[in-house]
Design a protein around this ligand. Sequence first.
Ligand SMILES: [Zn+2]
Ligand SMILES: [Zn+2]
Length: 202
Amino acid sequence: NKRFEQSQAGDCVLMRSADTSKPPYVAKVESIEAAGSRGTNVRVRVRWYYRPEESIGGRRPFHGSKEVFLSDHYDVQSADTIEGKCNVHSFRSYTKLDSVNAEDFFCRFDYKSASGSFVPDRIAVFCKCEMPYNPDDLMIQCEECSDWFHPSCIGMTIKEAKKREHFFCQSCTAENGKTTENFHEATGQSEEKPVESKRRRR
Ligand SMILES: [Zn+2]
Ligand SMILES: [Zn+2]
């Protein structure tokens, strides 16, 4: 079996699901056992990665389309079900990929399959909506507070956000607005300072 020969302990692999309507399972090969005398019936001990929809809590809005969780669920499977290798990246390296291919996944949580709990059980949240980062969704970073925002949460289109070279969020603009208001009072103007004027001042 060519596929088996290419797989080694430590590899991440895609394994055919018995239900052909489902995507292949993602697993990490722990060890390879050749059961038959002529290398037949090769079996692999695997540690499953769970897709969000396979977890007890289900898929949540911040879960990425290529997100998987490293579970504590081990199994022994026939090596014949291995479809091929895949890459399970760390969250950080996944967000730095130039292009995401079909075999690219990322993992930022360990998953306890019996309790449905995650490690870590807390994750940083961003934006006004206070959601964890979903790498599938474009976000724009405020240059002042370094928080990240969804364009839709700040009344901006994705197109605008992509074009934007500099961005300051509402609360950072408002704080700065106080000084500007004072400044503007002296000149008889009191309207809110546009974002651009802050850029010029920096
Ligand atoms: Zn948001
Ligand atoms: Zn800000």
